[in-house]
Design a protein around this ligand. Structure first.
Ligand code: NAD
Length: 396
């Protein structure tokens, strides 16, 4: 069938198999153009099919030569519906990993459930023995608690007063002022339950109980801080409370893993276009301004560049892993540079519908958004027939 993008708000409901495969190949090529990393050998990535998790898996496999297991929540094609982008990405990853002689397996299902944890641990035991790196990169709007059965929904809202700032409809380039009403206490609680550290802790507990972690194993999850412009809606809002919880979990896990000589970190990554970040008000406009400034300064990075730097210059750097005063790895160092933020602030003050194309990289934002789903990718003929039914090798 001919597969074209179909968007509903910030969601694209179709994905292109060959375009996704091409995007994965581009990330593998990037990693293979860089020096290899003396890193982990058996890696579990929870949330492995898109964004930071996919890039982590590619770096582990193609820069460190690791065997990997990816856990993710994606759907195969059905009838006239294409598969999700994460499905096509993972199919392309699995194929490339196996062709290059690395072991790789996929577990598709709800990472929050006991069932998927048990299934993954069985697979580790039979295929890999033990794991020496666990990457936790789940971003989800909902979570059902495995013990109580309660389903939580996460919201992106400020805490305290209502918050107004500029936002953009990145499809049309229209800049408006969005006002977001503050969260209730229960919404804060639910957002922490979805995006905080409880499930990460449950994964590590389950892996330890099954004796599936190697001596000296490392675990990492991802966080964000960002500038003043986004604080009310991000770091000081509901999602920020969840990130506080995630960061506290890292410190706790680091203590607990001490008994096997292990380490736990949160890495504070840079803002970039992913399916999750496009859903946050204000943030896409900030990213458009940020991309403009970072590209002009020659310091722009996407997921793969960030994750290569995480492995090579932070987690597996010679000597100890550099962290900030709160024990966090910082990969947002270039984003947060004073000269970068001063320039973003200057642009932000002027941004409007009339000047958005010239002052920001909204065109780059839009293109990257569609590329997440395999569209707007060089070398793909979107008028040609494509087969949406793609199998994932080694799917468990
Ligand atoms: P993403 O949407 O690209 O990826 C999310 C992954 O989680 C996908 O693989 C998806 O399949 C998986 N997933 C979702 N629900 C699941 C479930 N129930 N079971 C199993 N897998 C599930 O998101 P992302 O932007 O790469 O975010 C990953 C992490 O990085 C998050 O913690 C996010 O807060 C953090 N982060 C993102 C940014 C950014 O700008 N995008 C910046 C800093 C930190």
């Amino acid at each position: 069938m001919i597969i074209q993008p179909k968007t509903r708000g910030f969601i694209c409901t179709t994905a292109h198999p060959e375009g996704c495969a091409r995007q994965v190949r581009r990330q593998i090529d990037y990693v293979q153009s860089k020096p290899s990393i003396a890193g982990p050998k058996n890696v579990l990535v929870v949330g492995a099919s898109t964004g930071y998790g996919l890039a982590s898996r590619i770096v582990a496999s193609f820069a460190a030569g690791a065997n990997t297991i990816g856990v993710y929540f994606d759907k195969a094609a059905e009838g006239s519906r294409t598969a999700t982008a994460g499905w096509y990405n993972s199919a392309a990853f699995e194929q490339a990993a196996q062709e290059s002689g690395r072991k790789s397996f996929s577990v598709v299902g709800d990472a929050f459930s006991d069932e998927i944890k048990a299934k993954t641990i069985d697979l580790i035991k039979t295929e890999l023995g033990k794991i020496d790196l666990v990457v936790y990169s789940v971003a989800s709007p909902r979570r059902t608690h495995p013990k109580t059965g309660e389903t939580f929904s996460s919201v992106i809202k400020p805490i305290g007063p209502a918050y107004s700032n500029k936002t953009v409809n990145f499809h049309t380039g229209e800049v408006t002022v969005a006002t977001i009403e503050p969260a209730t206490d229960d919404e804060v609680r639910q957002t922490i339950a979805v995006m905080g550290g409880e499930d990460w802790q449950m994964w590590i507990d389950a892996l330890r109980e099954a004796d599936a972690l190697s001596e000296g194993a490392t675990t990492v999850a991802y966080s964000y801080i960002g500038p003043e412009i986004t604080h009310a809606v991000y770091r000081e809002g509901t999602i920020g409370r969840a990130k506080d919880d995630l960061e506290a979990t890292a410190l706790r896990l680091n203590d607990q893993l001490g008994s096997i000589g292990g380490r736990a970190f949160v890495s504070v990554n840079k803002a970039l276009v992913t399916q999750s970040s496009s859903a946050i008000p204000v943030v896409p406009l900030y990213i458009s301004a940020l991309y403009k400034v970072m590209k002009e300064k020659g310091i722009h990075e996407g997921c793969i560049e960030q994750m290569y730097r995480l492995f090579s210059e932070r987690l597996y750097a010679a000597g100890s892993t550099p962290v900030d005063e709160k024990g966090r790895v910082r990969l947002d160092d270039w984003e947060m540079r004073d000269d970068v933020q001063a320039e973003v602030d200057r642009i932000w003050a002027q941004l409007s519908t009339d000047n958005i194309d010239e002052l920001s990289d909204i065109a780059g934002y839009r293109r990257e958004f569609f590329q997440l789903f395999g569209f707007e990718t060089d070398g793909i003929d979107y008028e040609a027939d494509a087969n949406p039914e793609v199998e994932i090798p080694n799917l468990r």
